[in-house]
Write a protein that binds this ligand. Sequence first.
Ligand code: MF3
Ligand code: CO
Length: 267
Amino acid sequence: MIIKKTLEQIDGIRKAGAIVAEIIASMAEEAKPGNTTAMLQDVAKTVLDKYRAKSAFLGYRPGLTMPAYPAYVCISVNDEIVHGIPGSRKITPQDIISADVGVRYNGFVGDAAATYVMPNAPKKAKRLAWITYQALHKGIAAARDGGKVSDISFAVQSFVEANGYSVVRDLVGHGVGIQLHEDPQVPNFVDKMHDAPLKSGMTIAIEPMVCENGYATVTTADGWTVKTADGGLSAHFEHSIAIIGEKQDILTLLSDGSEPYVPQKVL
Ligand code: MF3
Ligand code: CO
């Protein structure tokens, strides 16, 4: 069931979303060679505590057969696509680091992600992050009252494939706001089987996961980390947005309205 939100509820989601954005921006500063992925999570915890907000991921159970997610945020490095668990892994100067953050605050949930690019990452990694960031914004621009979810999917997929990359099929974007995962599903590829109409008041998380090579995935022994099957690099950007008529209201921006992390432009 799709839950349409009132303007008051959308502002509640925006408050949760601003905390998400502050965490993404703060972790970006800590994402430096030599630091561990657990250190990024510590930054996230500090911001959560400052607002007395909760992680929307910690303890999350997508199905009864799945283990509860054991961390506050997801940190996925290089060929890890999503759901990486923070730990003792040290960031190298060549890495790309995808950070995914969900915050629950005053009964509302915001969800966003960004891929941080380390200074000596190969040019192909920098370009992958830049294309994925742009793909997110193509998807956002395609979300309009009276349209369909597949308008978003088409905008993302066609842009990504025209740039020589692939979109992940095994994971999708989603409705968001009251729960972390609400209807509808928002695939990054055109899927006429899951193609809900878009209406004003809908709040959705658009989250292209883009691979330099193939889009097939494997899950590691920790039960959570999703990697590319072929070992190629992957990047992930996500925002939670509200659809208001022809306009899109991005709900996971910093409180001054700016983006929490923008990758370097690479042609
Ligand atoms: N942004 C991701 C999603 O929407 C994060 C989920 S991590 C989990 O699925 F731990 F909550 F599952
Ligand atoms: Co999400």
